[in-house]
Design a protein around this ligand. Structure first.
Ligand code: FAD
Ligand code: GLY
Length: 399
């Protein structure tokens, strides 16, 4: 488990193991949300800000899924392979994070710990240096902020880097947050605006007829809703199947670990082709992450920890002397084309999908929350999410 899981908890008044006293089981909400990860909580937050009545159901605890496992990097550019709508969405969401965290801290007292110290992609062999050179040229052409560093320049920025460093790309506008804290502060802010958040409350069915979802079936009874948002992360496909909706979302397991940072200080997110290192404000460095498609068991393995430890010590040799803190795993919600599914479910009036954010759900939480809350309330989304439609996934699958 990531250490933050045992950190600040939601106040008892925010989360309940069952429906709160007085809950009749027949209440109507403008928006019902399934899933209490960073995406569901961001939708809840934005919908509550729009004045909607909101109920969010989380099967386990808020942030117990991929969002609680994430390194929290905000890598709009470093995670992008080409120009296009996905890059634009990521850059827009990265921009939103700057004020998002500050506002949440003011609203809740729980700081998501936004830091903008850039991301450094490091090459220790010619083949990877060539890849970075390719990324440098298309990103420069796009007018994005990116710097090419030779080995000495890279080590000036991060003195602990291995002597094998050949070159690096620096993305100064990238940053990071503490993902579990971000989720909790979103949930807390949403409840302060009147949202009801139910933990240990798995949605096990839907009330549906004639292409409309009237509500959800949850442990304390049925809930009626104007719109229903599916934000169940890697489990979203199984949930959608309850309604006969095809949603090709499958788990991409990631293992990740943390060490005490004392012996190997870094400031940027440092990332070669084998692992990334992210310095957290609490004095840890997080080392991530493995990728395994289709694996549901999220527990870390000896092999995963060994691979990450060895890669981290190669990237910054002093990492080998850092005391080990913990290892954990999470299931990224993957899609066939690697892009999220944001918007109406094909053929359904009031069923919204907000999932499939794969490696970038933390980054994409503000923009997804903003867009999906608008759509769920029958408003126009200020951000164009049409390239991320459910329809495009269905068409690609020939459905
Ligand atoms: P989740 O956080 O998985 O939330 C879905 C929730 O739905 C879960 O809590 C689950 O319990 C709940 N649920 C499921 N079924 C039901 C049901 N029937 N009823 C009620 N609730 C239900 N992204 C970044 O942007 N930056 C990073 O640096 C980064 N690092 C990562 C590192 C690792 C190791 C991993 C695994 C992921 C990382 N990601 C990162 C990706 C990011 O974590 C995900 O994209 C994001 O967390 C997805 O959020 P989500 O809310 O869709 O899913
Ligand atoms: N974005 C980092 C990861 O998914 O591991």
């Amino acid at each position: 488990m990531p250490p933050e899981a045992s950190g600040p908890q939601l106040p008892a008044s925010v989360a309940s193991a069952s429906h709160p006293p007085g809950f009749s089981g027949s209440r109507f909400f403008d928006v019902a949300i399934v899933g209490g990860g960073v995406i569901g909580c961001s939708v809840a937050y934005h919908a509550a800000r729009r004045g909607a009545s909101v109920a969010l159901f989380e099967a386990d605890r808020i942030s117990s899924g991929a969002s609680g496992a994430a390194a929290g990097m905000l890598n709009a550019q470093a995670e992008s392979h080409e120009p296009g709508p996905m890059l634009d969405l990521m850059v827009e969401s990265r921009r939103m994070h700057e004020t998002f965290s500050e506002r949440l801290r003011e609203e809740t007292g729980l700081d998501p710990e936004y830091v903008r110290a850039g991301t450094l992609r490091v090459a220790t062999d010619e083949a990877f240096a060539e890849k970075l050179a390719g990324a440098y040229s298309w990103q420069k052409e796009e007018g994005l902020s990116v710097e090419w560093l030779d080995a000495d320049e890279a080590r000036d920025l991060e003195p602990g880097l291995s002597p094998e460093t050949l070159a690096a790309l620096y993305f100064p506008e990238e940053g990071q947050v503490n993902s579990p804290r971000l989720v909790k502060s979103l949930a807390l802010a949403a409840t302060k605006m009147g949202a009801d958040i139910f933990e240990h409350a798995p949605v096990f069915g839907f009330l549906a007829e004639n292409g409309r979802v009237a509500g959800v079936r949850a442990p304390g009874g049925d809930i009626n809703a104007g719109s229903v948002v599916l934000a169940g992360g890697a489990a979203s496909g199984r949930l959608a199947a309850e309604l006969g909706v095809e949603l090709p979302v499958s788990p991409v397991k990631g293992e990740i670990l943390s060490v005490e940072a004392r012996r190997a200080p870094i400031s940027a997110n440092v990332w070669d082709d084998a692992c990334y290192l992210v310095a957290k404000r609490d004095g840890r460095i997080v080392v991530g992450a493995t990728e395994e498609v289709g694996v549901y068991d999220r527990r870390p393995t000896l092999g995963g920890v060994a691979r990450l430890s060895s890669a981290a010590s190669k990237l910054i040799p002093e990492m080998a002397g850092c005391p080990f803190v913990s290892a954990w795993g999470g299931l990224r919600p993957g899609t066939p084309d690697g892009a999220p599914i944001i918007g109406h479910a094909e053929g359904w009036d009031n069923l919204l999908i907000a999932t499939g954010h794969y490696r970038n759900g933390v980054l994409l939480a503000p923009v997804t929350g903003e867009a999906v809350s608008a759509l769920a309330l029958g408003e126009e989304s200020a951000v164009d999410v049409s390239p991320f439609s459910h329809r495009r996934i269905m068409e690609a699958a020939g459905l």
